[in-house]
Design a protein around this ligand. Structure first.
Ligand code: PLP
Length: 426
């Protein structure tokens, strides 16, 4: 990894004269030009997050593979790839995006429980670094597809150490009851099977226990088990050269204090640093989350004694995390806070009671037309968006310094129905 001396901090969203900015551009100016709802990303913040983590592993044989599912915009991926990142993909579609963004195939790892044969073939044709295989059934498919292509497939098994990451159940992936990986107790047999297959090369061991981890212990516990497994596998004659420690490093949405990149790297290298392996890390959220905001405009307000609703033009189809996980993201007015504070629900126009961006939040008074910024929206924001309720997906904008560019146009109504047909014969 390069860039050993990252900027200590980068103030991506400063407030100047009361006005929220992305780097040096007033958010209101961008919203005026591109409309709302909109995702705005700071190039400097993406780079600082990448460099901070990459720098923490400097001097080690380590590869940062950005988990593209967090934010797969080509501009974002390209920026990180140019910074030296590899990519962690979880589908053929993400592989396509990674390659289009200029990723080096030799720095792409492919995770995911349900790889189809056509996706496996595309990854082999591209020449990726490694498949993180999640079942023995998948292993046999990887072997067969590689055999048909006349190539060898580099593989690791994703092992499931049964460690509780103490995060939201939907983003816990390393428990015995999880669909991900193979139980670590079955790894010996799985690796033996892999070794006997003609078209796969065993390269490593992979482990990813969950997302938004805010303490170091679950990482340390899981990696201690991975370390023992590597020693055991080597004793059984497997050439384990890569330990992929997954992603999952948490970020600050509210008051959380996640491990620093340095503390995280120390835990990783403390657990597996003496194995003489290349270490792959797969961060997604910790690179992108706090490099983005979601900007929406107040449409209406209504209320009773019980509840006050601020109805905005952004909704769960644009930003699903609050609805899906009940998660908290900071919200602030883009302009100076107006006088008066009250408890509000900030909700979108979608016909679901689960459609909220913030609930029971103490918030300054707002007026129709005011812009609001939802913070920490750079990861699992646009990436999880949909057309639900016939809503075109939002525009995405990348800002660097005093310049900005639209990096994904707002969907048009025509875009939204592309590919649909009204049958003539049925
Ligand atoms: C989602 C995912 C990641 C990234 O997780 P973050 O919490 O965003 O860092 C890494 N590896 C795999 C296999 C994943 O599924």
């Amino acid at each position: 990894m390069s860039n050993a001396n990252p900027p200590a901090t980068f103030e991506a969203f400063p407030r100047r004269d009361g006005q929220l900015h992305v780097e040096q551009v007033p958010v209101a100016d961008i919203a005026e030009a591109v409309g709302t709802p909109a995702y705005l990303y700071s190039a400097g913040a993406l780079e600082a997050a990448h460099d901070g983590l990459a720098g923490a592993f400097a001097g080690r044989p380590a590869l940062l593979c950005y988990a593209i599912k967090a934010n797969m915009n080509l501009a974002v991926v390209s920026l990180l790839v140019r910074r030296g990142a590899g990519v962690d993909v979880t589908s053929g579609g993400e592989l396509f995006r990674a390659l289009r963004a200029g990723a080096d195939p030799a720095r792409i790892v492919y995770s995911g429980v349900g790889k189809r044969d056509d996706e496996i073939r595309a990854a082999l044709e591209a020449g990726i670094k490694m498949f993180n295989v999640e079942s023995r059934a998948e292993l046999r498919h990887v072997d067969a597809v590689a055999g048909a292509l006349g190539v060898r497939a580099p593989v690791a098994f994703r092992v499931n150490p049964d460690v509780d990451p103490k995060t939201h159940p939907y983003i816990s992936t390393g428990l015995k009851t999880s669909k991900f990986g193979i139980p670590i107790g079955e790894a010996t047999a799985a690796y033996a099977e892999a070794k006997a297959l003609p078209n796969v090369d065993v390269r490593g061991v992979d482990c990813h226990i969950g997302s938004q981890l805010v303490s170091i212990e679950p990482f340390a516990d899981a990696l201690a088990l991975v370390r023992d497994l590597v020693v055991e596998l080597r004793a059984a004659g497997h050439a384990i050269e890569v330990v992929d420690v997954g992603g999952g490093l948490g970020v600050t949405y509210a008051e959380e204090v996640p491990p620093s990149p340095t503390a995280y790297a120390a835990a990783v290298t403390g657990a597996v640093g003496d194995l003489d392996c290349e270490i792959v890390v797969e961060p997604g959220r910790s690179i992108a989350a706090n490099a983005g905001i979601f900007v929406t405009r107040v449409l209406y307000q209504k209320g009773s004694d019980e509840k006050h609703f601020v109805i905005v033009d952004g909704a769960m189809n644009d930003l699903l995390r609050p609805a899906l996980y009940g998660s908290y993201q900071r919200v602030e007015p883009v302009g100076p806070a107006r006088a008066g504070v009250r408890k509000v629900d900030i909700v979108g126009p979608v016909c679901e009671s689960g459609d909220f961006l913030a609930k029971d939040r103490s918030f300054p008074s707002v007026e129709e037309g005011d812009l609001l910024a939802i913070r920490s929206a750079g990861a699992y924001g646009f990436a999880m968006s949909s057309n639900y309720n016939g809503r075109p997906r939002a525009v995405e904008v990348l800002v660097r310094g005093d310049r900005y560019e639209v990096v994904r146009e707002r969907e048009s109504l025509e875009d939204m129905i592309r590919g649909e047909r009204i049958p003539q014969e049925l």
